[in-house]
Design a protein around this ligand. Structure first.
Ligand code: NAD
Length: 447
């Protein structure tokens, strides 16, 4: 099939590359000429394992091209995917400006029947607005449908998630739209396909993300209780997660959820519930619990250091999770300014996402970007872990300890166990595993 894709960010680029990999002819359009120029040269604009190789191969094979010209993505295409951003507005609603702009762009360029497919995560009933917008601008003769095919890929494993999905949701209100999407997916995927209405598909995506967020906040509440009872939350999570009704994933206690999707999709769903007169109390509680996680981490840091001012603090992890360079909704965006305001001297390291933080907080006398975790740790009074990179899990603890001025680790992602850290000679604070801290009488205050 010939496919046009609008938006080549984290979701759109993976969608474009993977659909080309499946043999389709893909023209991907982005309004950012720098992104288009970089991608056209075969260079990925995002850090996503497995993506660079597929990008180059499919450009070479002539199945994938990038452009700033919308008409090139629309002309002759069977399906147009909308993959533009839907960031949160200040009131929590989804900002649909980019989606509306695509609808306005498509309308005058229609050259025969088109299936316009929402892949962006949008509030229920957004498709109606897209449809009305195109109809108003394209006129009554224009032939098109608007369908929903939400994307469930996760950054860090996006290529695998796209090519080996656990399910595909197709929301279509016409037989023609449904058949086109089935023709696109059925030959390549043997996972369950949920065929439903457009509005249901839109709601499935928001519901999925709200449920995942709720699962994380739930285990985080339990982790606080575990800490006070001297119980290890990881064992509790395993004990409940083996029940197939619960499932073991998304039960990692720690700093909670971040990123560009879960927080914004949860707040957008809260607004949808409120606008429709439905109780959103539970969803708001999930949000409140999540915001409190970073405060808990910072209070542990204060407990450990007593006075933060003038202390050297190593921050490991800028990305919102491992294997991505995405910092949207990352805890680093709260922790770094908080530590700077508290007068700490920061040494920050992340394997992939540092440049993005550097653009927001350029280096200065109190903020240094290190080339490795060990360089960040050198001379530090405390080390704070914010991201679950494997590189941090496999740190040489003996070396790390020898580099630090005082071996204090505040582990926001529970990468280590208290026993292991105690054996390695660290003062160790976790979120739900228990702490290894000296009593106040013997506590060593950093020079
Ligand atoms: N990031 C993820 O892991 C993920 C997963 C599933 C779903 N989604 C959803 O997919 C959507 C996109 O997310 P993202 O993370 O890829 O966003 P993003 O901000 O990384 O990418 C959006 C891209 O769209 C481009 N764009 C904006 N307006 C345009 C226009 N009129 N024409 C052409 N290009 C335009 C921007 O330049 C940008 O490159 C969101 O709704 C998101 O919720 C994202």
């Amino acid at each position: 099939m010939r496919l046009g894709i609008f938006g080549t960010g984290y979701a759109g680029l993976v969608t474009s590359v993977c659909l080309a990999e499946l043999g389709h002819t893909v023209t991907a359009v982005d309004k950012d000429p720098d992104i288009v120029a970089t991608l056209s040269q075969g260079q990925s604009t995002i850090h996503e394992p497995g993506l660079p190789e597929l990008l180059v191969n499919n450009i070479k094979a002539g199945r994938l091209k990038f452009t700033t010209r919308s008409e090139d993505a629309i002309a002759g295409s069977d399906i147009i995917f909308v993959c533009v951003g839907t960031p949160p507005r200040s009131d929590g609603r989804a900002d649909l400006c980019q989606v509306e702009e695509v609808a306005r762009t498509i309308a005058p360029l229609l050259d025969g029947y088109k299936l316009v497919v929402e892949k962006s995560t949008v509030p229920a009933r957004t498709a109606r607005w897209i449809s009305w917008t195109i109809r108003r601008l394209a006129g009554p003769e224009a032939e098109f449908d608007v369908a929903s095919n939400p994307e469930f890929l996760r950054e860090g494993t996006a290529v695998r998630d796209f090519l080996q999905p656990d399910r595909i949701v197709i929301g279509a209100d016409s037989g023609r739209a449904r058949s086109l999407l089935l023709d696109l997916y059925r030959p390549n995927f043997d996972c369950p396909i949920v065929l439903t209405s457009v509005t249901t598909a839109e709601l499935i995506k928001q519901t999925a993300n709200a449920f995942l967020a709720a699962k994380i906040s739930f285990i985080n509440v339990m982790s606080d209780l575990c800490e006070t009872l001297g119980v290890d939350v990881a064992t509790v999570a395993r004990g409940i997660g083996l029940d197939p009704r619960i499932g073991g994933q998304f039960l990692n206690a720690g700093l909670g959820f971040g990123g560009s999707c879960l927080p914004k999709d949860l707040s957008a769903l809260i607004k949808v519930a409120e606008e429709n007169g439905v109780d959103s109390g539970m969803l708001k509680e999930v949000q409140r619990i999540n915001s409190a996680r970073v405060e808990r981490l910072l209070s542990k840091l204060e407990t450990a250091l007593w006075v933060v001012r003038h202390k050297v603090v190593a921050v490991l992890g800028v990305a919102f999770k491992a294997n991505t360079d995405d910092i949207r909704g990352a805890t680093s965006l709260t922790v770094v300014p908080w530590l700077r305001a508290a007068g700490a001297n920061l040494r920050v390291y992340d394997p992939a996402a540092m440049q993005k933080l550097e653009a927001l907080y350029p280096p200065d006398d109190h903020l240094m970007y290190a080339q490795s975790a060990c360089e960040a740790a050198r001379g530090a009074h405390a080390l704070v872990i914010l991201t679950d990179w494997d590189e941090f899990r496999s740190l040489d603890l003996e070396r790390l300890r020898s580099l630090m001025r005082t071996p204090i680790v505040i582990d926001g992602r529970n990468l280590f166990t208290p026993a292991k850290m105690q054996a390695a000679g660290f003062e160790y604070y976790s979120l739900g595993h228990g702490d290894v801290a000296p009593s106040v009488e013997t506590q060593r205050i950093a020079p």
